[in-house]
Design a protein around this ligand. Structure first.
Ligand SMILES: [Zn+2]
Ligand SMILES: [Zn+2]
Length: 347
C-alpha cells in the first residue's frame, strides 16, 4: 500500500480539502498511474454533496483521469511503463455476465465497480482521480493517443464516452439530423463527435450566449429553448436528440421535435423522475431512451476516433486549491467547457 496526496470531501456540506488516500500495492494485473490531470464532472459535485445517495466520507472523487504508467504488475501485457493512459468512470466489473461478455461492462448485471465511492474487490471504498496516483486493473485502463494533449484528453473519459456511445448506437452519421440539448461539458463533446460522424447538428441551448462556440464546434444550427418559436419551427425535425441537461425539462416538448422513429436519449440525470406524455411517443413512433457511459472497448474506440478527427475537450486548467471555486462555477454553467485539475499542484 502507499499513501498519496489527494483532494477529499469530508462531508456533504463542507468544502473539499487536501487529504491523502491509500492505494493498494500493485498486483500482478495492476497498473500504477501517475495522474497528470483530472477533469471535474458534474457527477462529482452531485456525489460529494450527497445528492445521489449515501456517500462513504471522506471521499476523493474524479473519474476523468489521465496520466503516465509508472509501474506494471508481473502479468500485465496491455500497458508498459511510460504509456499515456486514462481511466474513466469504472475500474472493474464481474466480467462474466452477459453484458460484460458482450463488452458492455458499464451495464454489468452485478454492477460495475465505480472509480470512486464503489466497493472494490478487496472490500475497500474506491477513491477517484483528484489524487497523484491510482492503481487500476490493466483491463480498465485506456490508451490515450499521443495526438491528444493530456489536459484536453481527461474529459473524454466521461463526457466524451457518455456522448459518443449513444451517438454511435443510434447511428449519428451522414443524412441524419441530430440535436444536442445543452452546451456544457457533455454538450460541447456531443456536438464535435456528431459532426465528425457526419451528422447535421443542431444545438438547443437555453440562450444564444454560446452560439459562436457551438458553430465553431461544427453545429449547423443553434436555437434558444427559451424561445417558444423554437419548438414550433423544429417540430418533426430530428432523428436523434441527445439530452445532456441534468435539470428537469419538458420531455413531451422535446419528443415532438423528433421525426418518425426518432429517439430522445437522456445522458444527463436529474434526481427527480421525469413525467413522459405517452401521446408524444405515439405521434411518430418515437422512443425515449437512456444511455450510460460506454464499454471499455468502445471507450478506446472513442479515444482513437477523437485523435483521428482532431477532437478534444475545451478546458480551463486549475490548481488543486481552486476546486471549490470551480464547483460553484460549474453549478452556474460558468465554464467553457470543462475544468481540469493540474495534478502537479497536489505533489
Ligand atoms: Zn462524469
Ligand atoms: Zn458483469
Amino acid at each position: 500500500m502507499s499513501t498519496v496526496n489527494a483532494i477529499a470531501a469530508p462531508s456533504a456540506t463542507e468544502p473539499l480539502v487536501r487529504a491523502t488516500v491509500e492505494r493498494r500495492a500493485v498486483g500482478p494485473r495492476d497498473v500504477l498511474i501517475e495522474i497528470r490531470y483530472a477533469g471535474i464532472c458534474h457527477s462529482d459535485i452531485h456525489t460529494v454533496r450527497g445528492e445521489w445517495g449515501k456517500v462513504p466520507y471522506p471521499l476523493t472523487v474524479g473519474h476523468e483521469i489521465v496520466g503516465q504508467v509508472t509501474e506494471v504488475g508481473t502479468e500485465v501485457t496491455k500497458h508498459t511503463v511510460g504509456d499515456r493512459v486514462g481511466v474513466g468512470c469504472m475500474v472493474n466489473s464481474c466480467r462474466e455476465c452477459d453484458n460484460c461478455r458482450a463488452g458492455h461492462e458499464q451495464y454489468c448485471l452485478k454492477g460495475n465497480i465505480q472509480t470512486y465511492g464503489g466497493i472494490d474487490r478487496d472490500g475497500t471504498v474506491t477513491q477517484g482521480g483528484y489524487s497523484t496516483h491510482i492503481v487500476v486493473d490493466q483491463d480498465f485502463v485506456l490508451r490515450v493517443p499521443a495526438a491528444i494533449p493530456y489536459e484536453t484528453a481527461a474529459p473524454l473519459l466521461c463526457a466524451g464516452i457518455t456522448t459518443y456511445s449513444p451517438l454511435s448506437h443510434w447511428k449519428a452519421g451522414p443524412g441524419r439530423n441530430v440535436a444536442v440539448v445543452g452546451m456544457g461539458g457533455l454538450g460541447h463533446m456531443a456536438v464535435q463527435i456528431a459532426v465528425a460522424m457526419g451528422a447535421e447538428v443542431t444545438v438547443l441551448s437555453q440562450t444564444l450566449s454560446k452560439q459562436d462556440d457551438g458553430l465553431a464546434f461544427g453545429a449547423k444550427h443553434y436555437h434558444a429553448t427559451s424561445d417558444p418559436a423554437t419548438f414550433k419551427e423544429l417540430a418533426n425535425t430530428f432523428d436523434l436528440i441527445i439530452n445532456t441537461v441534468s435539470a428537469p425539462i419538458d420531455i413531451a416538448a422535446y419528443l415532438r421535435l423528433l421525426r418518425l422513429d426518432g429517439t430522445l436519449v437522456a445522458v444527463g440525470a436529474p434526481p427527480e423522475p421525469l413525467p413522459v406524455q405517452v401521446f408524444a411517443l405515439f405521434g411518430a413512433r418515437r422512443s425515449f431512451a437512456g444511455s450510460s457511459i460506454g464499454g471499455i472497448a468502445e471507450t478506446q474506440e472513442m479515444l482513437d476516433f477523437c485523435a483521428e478527427h482532431g477532437i478534444s475537450s475545451q478546458v480551463e486548467v486549475i490548481t488543486a486549491d481552486e476546486v471549490n471555486e470551480a464547483y460553484e462555477r460549474v453549478l452556474k454553467s460558468d465554464v467553457r467547457y470543462r475544468f481540469v485539475i493540474d495534478i502537479n499542484s497536489l505533489r
